[in-house]
Design a protein around this ligand. Structure first.
Ligand code: NCD
Length: 307
């Protein structure tokens, strides 16, 4: 297992053992955070966050994680305030950023952009979301959350609910859950199913058993974990179509009454209307606890890969 200097572009870059190692390291980070231990593991190191797309949790938790490790953060989250607005290419932006830092975190609307950045940069690159493709560090924190709250991943019934066509969070997560032998139910509106090549891949690689439905009610009935994502309207040609789909595809408190008593609901956030607001206060809703785990998990990731 070699992490130092490694790029993290896709969840496919990891073996199950490597993922378990990251989760174990994250446990240690969480314990250190709880004790308020002053970690100076990355003193003098610099993380660059290059965000070409909006973000709240991913960027803030990466920055918090780096600072908790004793390192510093540079970067941008508004391309209009950078030379990209003058026409500079992604390639030249990465060539520049890598001269200033030890590690790059990038989010970009184009699929494959993080891989391209990793090819250009001598410094490790972490993909914080490339278009509708991948979001591997979100998946690591999702697995951490599930393991923490449910004690295991294997054998759990997990319902992935929402836009599985454009949701990068769901694509990374479906792969990892199949790797960990969870039972997957894919619940999406018609036309927003998980792309067939991914379903095929995880069945072939992991012998995964998958149920697919467009009916939320039946899809979540037997779930131990309900993982929801919003319709990714920014990736639609017709935003009106996305909003229409979202209005008819949501989890209501009435639906929840018929689910398992100890089911947990997770969401990468941001959420719009896909979860009825009254659900936030129930003990089933764990998404704001999940948010917190972004810090120890990203601390573990940064600490493992930072040269
Ligand atoms: C997600 C993303 O950007 O892919 N958010 C996140 O990173 N926590 C989910 C989304 O935007 O729907």
């Amino acid at each position: 297992m070699k992490f130092k200097g490694k790029d993290i572009i896709s969840i496919r870059d990891f073996t199950k053992e490597e993922i378990e190692k990251i989760l174990d390291e994250a446990e240690k980070m969480e314990a250190a955070l709880a004790k308020n231990t002053n970690l100076e593991l990355l003193k003098g190191k610099i993380l660059a966050t290059l965000f070409f797309e909006p973000s709240t949790r991913t960027r803030l938790s990466f920055a918090t994680a780096m600072q908790k490790l004793g390192g510093n953060v540079i970067g941008f989250d508004n391309v209009e305030a950078t030379s990209i607005a003058k026409g500079e290419s992604l390639i030249d932006t990465v060539r520049t950023a890598e001269k200033y830092c030890d590690l790059i975190v990038i989010r970009h609307p184009k699929e494959g952009s993080a891989r391209l950045a990793a090819e250009i940069s001598e410094k490790p690159v972490i993909n914080a979301g490339d278009g509708a493709n991948q979001h591997p560090t979100q998946t690591l924190l999702d697995l951490y959350t599930i393991r923490k709250l449910k004690g295991r991943i294997e054998g759990l019934n997990v319902a992935l609910v929402g836009d599985l066509k454009y949701g990068r969070v769901m694509k990374s997560l479906a792969y990892a859950l199949a790797m960990f032998k969870a039972n997957l139910t894919l619940v999406s509106p018609l036309g927003l199913e998980l792309p067939e090549e991914i379903t095929k891949e995880i069945i072939e690689k992991f012998d995964a058993e998958i149920i697919q439905t467009d009916n939320i009610f039946s899809g979540i009935k037997n779930a131990d974990v309900i993982y929801v994502c919003r319709i990714q309207k920014e990736r639609f040609e017709d935003v009106y179509e996305a909003e229409k789909l979202q209005k008819s595809f949501k989890i209501t408190s009435q639906m929840l009454e018929k689910t398992k008593e100890d089911v947990i609901i997770l969401h990468a956030l941001p959420k719009t209307v896909e979860i009825e607001p009254s659900i936030d206060k129930t003990k089933k809703a764990k998404y704001f606890e999940q948010v917190y785990y972004g810090i120890p998990v990203r601390m573990a990731i940064i600490n493992l890969v930072c040269p």
